[in-house]
Ligand binder design. Structure first.
Ligand SMILES: [Fe+2]
Ligand SMILES: [Fe+2]
Length: 264
């Protein structure tokens, strides 16, 4: 429970991150403020763009989840700009990459730069903060419900479906390793249709996939955050009733801020 107050990442964070004070102001039994935000799309010429937002978050939240598309094209300079802005944060940050972070073919480099700024890149790594577990993957598309794409026919179709299945396996392994009572899942792609509503229906299959929700619903998950559907809907739920929040920066959220904050 919350009296096991500690911050723990299963991979060592940078020296700078380790030097950041753990947020000891959350007393036992108090809720933890989990902020979430996706699709920052940091650009090469936008250094400092998110500095004030991150400074504000120091007072508004105890931990920040970044739901992918952290950079616009996955360029080194974009990642460096974001890393520099993130150095203004005194709270822990967990993140997954998005499809845009893969565009230049060097997602590992984007992750490396962000890790150096103290970000816990979820995937193989999980993170525990004040007794709350965080797991996440990018996810992938495939569509929703009965219309979900099946692995049938051409190799290209099977490879597309396999990409989603592989992401689900990664998430499953991460969730299996988390033994906290409360667990937050961070994705880039949507696990349910409800939070992509608002986008053109023709592109729903490229915005997420129900397979992700099937994995989530096999575990006792507190909430899910994702991005990618910039014109989607803030709130939805998995078939089992787990709350799902589309936290893409342009989505109108409760509280009127570009980020959401949930009390967990
Ligand atoms: Fe995006
Ligand atoms: Fe995206």
């Amino acid at each position: 429970m919350q009296d096991a107050v500690k911050t723990e990442t299963r991979r060592p964070r940078s020296v700078e991150a380790a030097a950041r004070p753990a947020n000891d102001e959350v007393a036992a039994g108090q809720s933890v403020r989990v902020a979430a935000l996706g699709d920052l799309h940091m650009k090469e010429d936008a250094a400092g763009y998110y500095k004030n937002l991150f400074l504000e978050l120091n007072d508004e939240a105890d931990i920040l989840c970044l739901a992918g598309d952290l950079t616009d094209f996955g360029r080194t300079k974009e990642a460096e700009n974001l890393a520099e802005d993130l150095r203004n944060l005194k709270i822990p940050v967990v993140a997954v990459l998005g499809n845009h972070d893969h565009e230049c073919g060097q997602p590992e480099e984007v992750s490396r730069i962000l890790r150096q700024a103290g970000v816990c890149m979820l995937g193989e790594s999980t993170h525990i903060h004040h007794g709350i577990g965080f797991a996440g993957v990018k996810g992938f598309g495939g569509g929703f419900g009965r219309r979900m794409l099946g692995a049938f026919g051409e190799g290209a179709v099977k490879a597309f479906v396999q990409e989603t299945i592989d992401e689900c396996h990664k998430l499953e392994i991460a969730l299996r390793s988390l033994h906290t009572e409360k667990k937050i899942v961070v994705l880039h792609y949507a696990p349910v249709e409800a939070t992509v509503v608002g986008e053109p229906e023709q592109i729903f299959p490229f915005l997420g996939c129900s397979r992700l929700a099937e994995t989530i619903d096999r575990y006792d998950i507190t909430a899910v955050v994702h991005g990618h559907a910039h014109r989607g809907t803030f709130r939805g739920a998995t078939p089992k009733g787990v709350p799902v929040f589309n936290v893409a920066v342009g989505i109108e959220k409760e509280g009127g801020k570009p980020y959401s904050v949930m009390e967990v």
